[in-house]
Design a protein. Structure first.
Length: 277
């Protein structure tokens, strides 16, 4: 069957919206996606699955399988853009293994539904590894420049994370191989690092797509968990675009809000609620 120009355009658009994979939560948006390569929150199955056994929780946790989950939505963005997401992750109490799942629904001239399932386990005293399956379904509406159509992909990601104390500070180093099954042009290589400093400060950086298939760029983020207040302040930069946000934790819940200034496009405001149990 001959490939028409409109069909080729659909394939190109599918690849562009698929990469990189963003979990657009108040935390990740506010911190410029600088922590994505070393994620240890409920989005780890969508980012680096090696972070699942290292899942960090908050509040009073009495379950033998500490877990956290979040619901998130873009409440302001480009005209016609809507996004909702839900993420979950859990682990063993001894951090030997972890598991997680994610779902994103977005509308922006096309309808996107994506799902992730991930598993990670400890492979050494300081090393964890993980894998995730990522499914994405896209539906394009017909318009004057392209025909309607749809595209479905099922891809596999792999990850590794190394965590240890260096100079009394907790460091994480991550390697994330996205789309190793080459469903949409991969594999794509992301690397990240994060350090927890005194007084509740954490700094993270992720270098996106070292293969340069979609332009290599750097995400930087910082988070300050203000001592004894429940208040969390965040800031970052994604490829030079600045972002900021704040969250408040009470008992086993967190509510968060983020703002991202995107060059050449409308700004984004994202809200979310996270539970830890």
């Amino acid at each position: 069957m001959a490939v028409t120009r409109s069909t080729a355009l659909l394939v190109v658009l599918a690849a562009l919206v698929a990469l990189p994979a963003f979990a657009q939560t108040p935390f990740h948006e506010a911190t410029g996606y600088g922590f994505a390569g070393v994620s240890v929150d409920e989005t780890a199955s969508y980012h680096n699955p090696a972070g699942l056994p290292l899942l960090e929780t908050f509040g009073m946790n009495v379950s033998p399988w500490p877990s956290r989950a979040s619901l998130n939505a873009v409440i302001d963005g480009p005209e016609g853009y809507n996004e909702f997401s839900a993420f979950y992750a859990g682990r063993d109490s001894d951090r030997a293994s972890g598991w997680g799942a994610g779902y994103i629904s977005a509308e922006n001239g096309f309808d996107e539904d994506s799902f992730s399932l991930g598993y990670g386990q400890r492979a050494g005293e300081n090393l964890t590894i993980g894998a995730s399956i990522f499914y994405q379904s896209l539906e394009f509406e017909a318009n004057p420049v392209q025909a309607g159509g749809d595209d479905d992909t099922l891809s596999v990601d792999l990850g590794a994370m190394y965590r240890r104390q260096i100079a009394l500070n907790d460091w994480r180093f991550g390697l994330w191989l996205e789309d190793i099954s080459d469903e949409y042009g991969g594999p794509f290589v992301q690397v990240g690092a994060a350090v927890q400093l005194p007084a509740g400060v954490e700094i993270g950086a992720t270098l996106w797509d070292l293969t340069d298939e979609h332009d290599t760029w750097l995400g930087l983020g910082v988070e300050w968990d203000v001592p004894n207040s429940g208040l969390i302040l965040r800031g970052g930069a994604a490829d030079g675009d600045l972002s900021l946000g704040a969250a408040y934790q009470f008992t086993n819940f967190e509510v968060g809000l983020s703002f991202a200034d995107t060059d050449g496009s409308d700004d984004f405001i994202t809200a979310g609620v996270t539970g830890s149990f």
